[in-house]
Design a protein around this ligand. Structure first.
Ligand code: PLP
Length: 355
C-alpha cells in the first residue's frame, strides 16, 4: 500500500476511485460509460446539479453567488479574474505570498495597474505578510489562502474594504470558511476536490459586469453563469469525480468534521518535526499550513537517505518543491491519519539510526 503525500494532483478517497472506475464501465445502470454520455443528457445534468448543490451545501454558499465548474485550471483564473473584474485604467491589489500569487499578479498586469499590498518575497515566502493596508481604490484584493509550495496558510482572512478574490486551490473544503467574506473564490480541483481538469469558481454576482470591457465568451463569467457551466462541453468526467468526492466528504460529516481530522494530522506531524533532531520546519510557526507541511534536514547529507527510507515504507510524493528543497508532506482531506503515522514512524526510525 502506498501513502500518497503528493502535492497535486493529490490523493482522493479510495471509494471514489472505485465508484469512478465503475462509472467508466457502466454509469448508473445506463449501459453507457460516463465517458460517452452526452453532457446534455439528463443523467449528466443530474451529476452537474448534484456537484453544484454539494458545493453550496458543504460551504454554506449564501444567496447571490454562482457556482461554476470551468476548465483551464487555477492558472486560467489568474487571467480570467482581472479580465472580468479589473477595469481599463483601474487598479488591483495583490498579496504576494508565493509563486502562485506572483503568477496571478503577472496576469493582472495585462489588464491594468497592480499594487502589491505586501510581499514576503525577501524571505523566500516563509511567512504571510500581515501589517499592510488594502488600498480602498483598487477593484479587488487577491490572496492565496494556502501557499502549496512554501507550506504557509492564512489562518485568518483580512477584513477588506474591497471584494476579496481568493485562490483556494490547495485548501478548499479543508476548513470552514465564510463565503460571504469573498467576492470570488477559485480552486483547481486536483489538490483537494477531484481530478485535474475541473476548476471551481464561486462568484458573487453583483461584482460582475463592471469592467466595461468586451470579454470573449469562454472567458466571461457571465456567459458561463448563463450557460450553467455548459456554454461548451464541460469536463464531464472531472466533474463527475468532483461530485463523488464531495459526496464522500458529506458522508464523513462535511467540512467541520474533516477540519478536525486535518487539525489532528497537522498537529502530530509538526510535533514530530519539532521534536526530531534530524528535521526542522520551514514556515513561520503562526502561518504553518495544515495542508502542505514543509520541512528540511539539519544536515544536508541526511536528505537522500531519508527519502530512500520513506520510499521503502511506501511513502510517495514527499520531495519538496525545487524552490524550497527538503520535504513537503501534503496531507489533503483524503489522506488518512494512519498514513501520517507511517511517515512519523519513518522519521523516528531514521533519527534512531542516525544518532
Ligand atoms: C496548484 C496550484 C495552482 C495551479 O493550478 P493549475 O490548476 O495547475 O493551474 C495555483 N494556485 C495554487 C495555490 C496551487 O496550489
Amino acid at each position: 500500500m502506498k501513502h500518497n503525500f503528493g502535492a497535486g494532483p493529490g490523493i482522493l478517497p479510495h471509494e471514489v476511485f472505485k465508484q469512478a472506475a465503475a462509472g467508466v464501465l457502466d454509469f448508473n445502470g445506463t449501459g453507457l460509460s460516463i465517458l460517452e454520455i452526452s453532457h446534455r443528457s439528463p443523467e449528466f445534468e443530474g451529476v452537474l446539479d448534484e456537484a453544484v448543490k454539494l458545493v453550496k451545501e458543504l460551504l454554506e454558499v449564501p444567496e447571490g453567488y454562482s457556482v461554476l465548474f470551468l476548465q483551464g485550471g487555477a492558472s486560467m483564473q489568474f487571467a480570467m479574474v482581472p479580465y472580468n473584474l479589473l477595469p481599463d485604467g483601474g487598479k488591483a491589489a495583490y498579496l504576494e505570498s508565493g509563486v502562485w500569487a506572483n503568477k496571478a499578479l503577472k496576469e493582472a498586469k495585462y489588464f491594468g495597474e497592480v499594487e502589491i499590498a505586501a510581499t514576503s518575497k525577501e524571505s523566500n515566502f516563509t511567512y504571510i505578510p500581515k501589517d499592510f493596508t488594502i488600498p480602498a481604490d483598487a477593484a479587488y484584493f487577491h490572496i492565496t489562502s494556502n501557499n502549496t509550495i512554501y507550506g504557509t496558510q492564512l489562518q485568518k482572512f483580512f477584513p477588506s474594504p474591497i471584494p476579496v478574490v481568493a485562490d483556494m486551490s490547495s485548501d478548499i473544503f479543508s476548513r470552514k470558511i465564510n463565503v460571504a467574506d469573498f467576492g470570488l473564490i477559485y480552486a483547481g480541483a486536483q489538490k483537494n476536490m477531484g481530478p485535474a481538469g475541473a476548476t471551481l469558481v464561486i462568484v458573487k454576482d453583483e461584482i460582475l459586469g463592471k469592467s466595461g470591457r468586451k470579454i470573449p465568451a469562454m472567458l466571461n463569467y457571465q456567459t458561463q453563469i448563463e450557460g450553467g457551466s455548459m456554454y461548451n462541453t464541460p469536463p464531464v468526467f472531472a466533474i463527475y469525480v468532483c461530485m463523488l468526492t464531495l459526496n464522500w466528504l458529506k458522508s464523513k460529516g462535511g467540512v467541520a468534521e474533516i477540519e478536525k481530522e486535518n487539525d489532528a494530522k497537522a498537529r502530530v506531524l509538526y510535533e514530530e518535526i519539532e521534536r526530531n533532531p534530524i528535521f526542522k520546519p520551514v514556515a513561520a510557526t503562526e502561518d504553518r499550513s495544515k495542508m502542505n507541511v514543509c520541512f528540511v534536514v539539519n544536515n544536508p547529507e541526511h536528505e537522500k537517505p531519508f527519502l530512500k527510507l520513506a520510499e521503502e515504507k511506501g511513502i510517495v510524493g514527499i520531495k519538496g518543491h525545487r524552490s524550497v528543497g527538503g520535504f513537503r508532506a501534503s496531507i489533503y482531506n483524503a489522506l488518512p491519519i494512519t498514513s501520517v503515522y507511517v511517515l512519523i514512524d519513518a522519521m523516528q526510525e531514521f533519527a534512531e539510526k542516525n544518532k
